[in-house]
Every structure is written in structure tokens, then in C-alpha cells.
Design a binder for this molecule. Structure first.
Ligand code: AMP
Ligand code: ZN
Length: 120
């Protein structure tokens, strides 16, 4: 990890980024890490997380928004490489009521099945 990376010692996804908890890697660079969701909700379901500990979308500001922009570039690149041209969904739950269970910013990428709207 880059020296400047901020981490939370108690955070599950910080531990995954550091390799302290195993994960099934989809992609990695200096800024972000992508890995398969352990409980997939679609034939393709992976998570993209910043290596830096950011709590959620609600904690995005001028100091870290470039990381989010980079993650969306990575999602576009991966969607092309993985052949998700029929459609995919990007979801980020924020807070308990919205279903956020891990307080480290993550983007779910789901694909490979028909999806309904609105979500539950
Ligand atoms: P959320 O509920 O939106 O915070 O998303 C957290 C996601 O992390 C869920 O979809 C979980 O299935 C997933 N998850 C939890 N632990 C792990 C793990 N060790 N490896 C991969 N995915 C995980
Ligand atoms: Zn974290």
C-alpha cells in the first residue's frame, strides 16, 4: 500500500486491502482494490474499494474525490474487459438504514441477470 494510505485497524475492508484477510481479487492498483463479494447477489458481483479508509459516500470531499473518480474509471474498464455490455448496476449503500454493513466505502458491481427497479 502507498505510504500515505490511511487505514482503520478495526476495518474489515482495510484488512482485505492489506491482505490480512483472504479475498478473491478481480483488480488492483495503487488507489483501489476490487474483489468478489463473498455472498454474490448476481452471477457477477464484485466490490471496488479505495485502499484509503473512507467511511462511505457521505465522507467524500475535496480531499478524496479523485479516488472516487478513479474508481469509476476502473469500473468502466473492468465492465468492458469482463464483457458486461448487456448491462450492470453500481450500488453504494450509505448508512445502516440503506443496508451498509461494512463502514468502508465500496461500490458493488452487479451483472449477469435481469434486474428490477426500484431496489428493495
Ligand atoms: P454493504 O452491505 O453494502 O455494506 O456491502 C458489504 C458487502 O461485503 C456484502 O455484500 C457482503 O457480502 C460483502 N462481504 C462481507 N465480508 C466479505 C468478505 N470477507 N469478502 C468479500 N465480501 C465480503
Ligand atoms: Zn477501512
Amino acid at each position: 500500500m502507498p505510504e500515505m494510505t490511511k487505514r482503520d485497524p478495526d476495518c474489515l475492508f482495510c484488512k482485505i486491502v492489506a491482505g490480512e484477510i483472504p479475498s478473491s481479487k478481480v483488480y488492483e492498483d495503487d488507489v483501489c482494490y476490487a474483489f468478489k463479494d463473498i455472498d454474490p447477489q448476481a452471477p457477477v458481483h464484485f466490490l471496488v474499494v479505495p485502499k484509503e479508509h473512507i467511511k462511505s459516500c457521505a465522507a467524500v470531499d475535496g480531499s478524496n474525490s479523485a479516488v472516487v473518480g478513479h474508481i469509476f474509471e476502473v469500473i468502466a474498464k473492468l465492465s468492458a474487459e469482463l464483457g458486461l455490455g448487456d448491462g450492470f448496476r453500481v450500488v453504494s449503500n450509505v448508512g445502516e438504514q440503506a443496508g451498509q454493513s461494512v463502514p468502508h466505502l465500496h461500490f458493488h458491481v452487479l451483472s449477469g441477470r435481469d434486474m428490477t427497479w426500484p431496489p428493495g
